[in-house]
Design a protein around this ligand. Structure first.
Ligand SMILES: *Cc1c(COP(=O)(O)O)cnc(C)c1O
Length: 364
């Protein structure tokens, strides 16, 4: 059997007719950038997460980059971020001239809130809470620190569309919530896309201006902005998928439950979910000390897997100038050597999942 790590065609097939009708309707309308599909999606997505405002952007990286900028992050500032986060998180910080301050992850593979306080300095101007793999950071602890030190939080929800902590949707805890709609994400488009959500009207206005060359009124430019617009086709297709997002997230929870019950191998530990968190299982993560052998073994059986992520950002070539070395964040490095995302996608059949479970259980 051939099983992809992520099968986007399956997701598409679930609601193919609705997507096709919407795409055709937008094509026939003759208005392709910043129109009513975008403004309707912004309203619907803000309502979905429970924020006052949403501004559509071109990507998740742009959401983080412009989100930090809108919070006033600039050269000389420090931003705290998990050492095992995705490189886009770190790039959004350095693109604003600020310095990433890395913190090890906890046993849920997300920012260890107990290790944040010791990294706070007078230059700390934001804490980035990256909700990896569909589960939430410890927002209780992070919100307490945020209030104690008056340091705002920016949330990276690129892997957490609909994830909740204590019943509150991720993206609404911090000053800004940032989303990516890259096709593999929980709410994935059919191309690139992103958005910020916020309750701050002024901040939303700034982002809306920044995304369109720093312009509110055509040909009047208030700041040197960017071209970071969500297009009408993506917004229209996202509106279709958003209606089904809760169902898709529930299906992923069912798949996760079957994995958690079915995987029984002393060499493999399934990542558990933080208490009080509604996990949307963007990925299903396992840890295995013989990870690389497991990848080859599964590949030979036709099972695809992905490592999220093999190289921590501080060890990547792009950030050699920061001067970090192997050994600086031992937990992060251990995770980078042990973690593996196994097949998880909407539309995955029971037969496919049993095949994966049996293969994993037979690994030695
Ligand atoms: C995908 C992702 C991003 C970047 O989103 P793009 O739309 O690809 O720019 C940022 N952070 C995390 C955690 C992601 O998974």
């Amino acid at each position: 059997m051939e099983i992809l790590a992520n099968n986007l065609k399956r997701q598409y097939d679930l609601y193919a007719k609705e997507y096709e009708e919407k795409a055709l309707a937008v094509l026939r309308k003759g208005w392709y950038v910043l129109g009513t599909e975008v403004s309707s999606f912004e309203q619907e997505f803000a309502d979905y997460v429970g924020a006052k405002y949403c501004v559509g952007l071109a990507s998740g990286l742009d959401a983080l980059w412009i989100g930090l900028k809108a919070m006033g992050i600039k050269e000389g500032d420090e931003v705290i971020v998990a050492a095992n986060a995705y490189i886009a998180c770190v790039m959004s910080i350095t693109m604003n001239g600020a310095t990433p301050i890395f913190v090890e992850p906890d046993e849920y593979d997300n920012l260890d809130a107990n290790k944040v306080e010791e990294k706070i300095t007078p230059s700390t101007k934001a804490i980035m809470a990256v909700h990896l793999y569909g589960q939430s950071c410890d927002m209780d602890q992070l919100m307490k620190l945020s209030q104690k030190y008056s340091i705002p939080i920016i949330e990276d929800c690129a892997q957490a569309h609909g994830t909740k902590f204590n019943g509150k949707t991720c993206g609404t805890f911090g000053k800004v919530g940032c989303f990516s709609f890259y096709p593999t994400k929980g709410l994935g488009a059919f191309g690139d896309g992103g958005a910020i959500v916020t309750d701050d009207a002024e901040l939303a206005d700034y982002v809306r201006m920044y995304r369109n060359y720093g312009s509110k009124v055509r040909y009047e430019n208030e700041v040197v902005g960017a071209n970071s617009r969500l297009d009408e086709i993506q917004a229209g297709l996202l509106r279709v998928k958003l209606k089904h997002l809760d169902t898709l997230n529930e299906e992923r929870n069912q798949l996760a439950k079957r994995y958690l019950e079915g995987i029984q191998n002393p060499l493999i530990t399934c990542l558990q979910t933080r208490p009080h968190c509604y996990n949307t299982y963007h990925q299903f993560e396992i840890h295995c000390p013989k990870r690389d052998a497991l990848i080859t073994y599964l590949k030979d059986l036709g099972i695809g897997t992905i490592i999220h992520y093999p190289i921590p950002p501080y060890l990547s070539k792009a950030y050699a100038y920061l001067g970090y070395q192997v050994g600086d964040f031992p937990i992060t490095e251990q995770y980078a050597n042990e973690i593996l995302s196994i097949p998880m996608y909407n539309g995955m059949t029971q037969e496919e999942q049993d095949y994966v479970i049996n293969a994993i259980n037979a690994f030695e």
